[in-house]
Design a protein around this ligand. Structure first.
Ligand code: ADP
Ligand code: MG
Length: 252
């Protein structure tokens, strides 16, 4: 297991209040697996990603990445936030090479990797443009390439498509899915869109209202081999949709 969460609890402490965000959360990700995390808004999804990324310390339980206890940020983890967070004044090239530029070790390899990724994923001709000259979907692809330039083993994606309109979102998510698969990465995607989670994942972890606990884990065995857009026509798509919707609805 490349990511292992063992009975994770997390309570945010401030001088005058406490917010319990995670309670007894356990699940794991196998190498190369694509898992989605679905749950109501404010339940603790981003908090869980922060624990895996080593940005928040759990109050109880433990997180292991690649067999080692998480104690802080690690180059094994790539994090892709909700907004693409590209710097508007930097060119696409200067944006995607930001990671390698900041890390002296592996700088040259990182630059080469970024160039190769831009070439392979159709962005080479835009290298000298700025983000505002690209479509929302292309910017999202750049954000992924920037994350991949440092060669992380695991990608944490926090609602990366939520700023895109519905049509764009369908094609961009399929596009991003293809890149992640091709690069052989392990991915954990946070989304509140049930259809999106079924289209993209091998398994889906459904969380309860805050404090987040694991309500159910669905294994999408019959859909795994299908590309995202084809899954929506498969008979079991509806079955999973209803099951997950009910799980979220029943428990708030
Ligand atoms: P989600 O991503 O599922 O919408 P979050 O993980 O962002 O939810 O937040 C879970 C809960 O923890 C929310 O009630 C949020 O207000 C609270 N929270 C998040 N970050 C902090 C923090 N740094 N300090 C205190 N409370 C926080
Ligand atoms: Mg969030």
């Amino acid at each position: 297991m490349i990511v292992q969460l063992d009975q994770i609890d997390l309570t945010y402490q401030s001088p005058d209040s406490q917010v319990e965000a995670l309670r007894d959360v356990s699940f794991s990700l196998a190498q190369g697996e694509f898992v989605s995390l679905v749950g109501p808004s404010g339940c603790g999804k981003s908090t869980l990603l922060s624990v895996i990324a080593g940005l928040e310390q759990p109050s109880g339980g433990r997180a292991l990445v690649d067999g080692e206890a998480v104690t802080g940020p690690s180059p094994k983890i790539g994090y892709m936030p909700q907004k693409d967070q590209l710097f508007p004044w930097r060119t696409i090239w200067a944006n995607v090479t930001l990671g390698p530029e900041l890390h002296r070790a592996g700088r040259k390899e990182g630059m080469e990797r970024a160039k190769d990724l831009l070439d392979r994923y159709g962005l080479a001709e835009f290298a000298h443009k700025t983000p505002s000259q690209l479509s929302g979907g292309m910017r999202q692809r750049c954000a992924l390439i920037r994350t991949l330039a440092t060669d992380p083993k695991i990608l944490l994606l926090d609602e990366p498509f939520s700023a895109l309109d519905y049509q764009t979102r369908l094609s961009v998510s399929a596009d991003i899915y293809a890149i992640i698969r091709q690069e052989g990465k392990t991915a954990l995607l946070v989304t509140h869109d049930i259809s999106e989670s079924i289209s993209l994942s091998d398994r889906i972890v459904v969380l309860s209202n805050r404090p987040a606990t694991v309500r159910a884990i669905y294994d999408l065995a019959e859909l795994r081999h299908l590309p995202p857009l084809e899954r929506r026509d498969h008979p079991s798509f509806r079955h999973y949709f209803n099951a997950i919707w009910k799980e979220l609805d029943t428990h708030g």
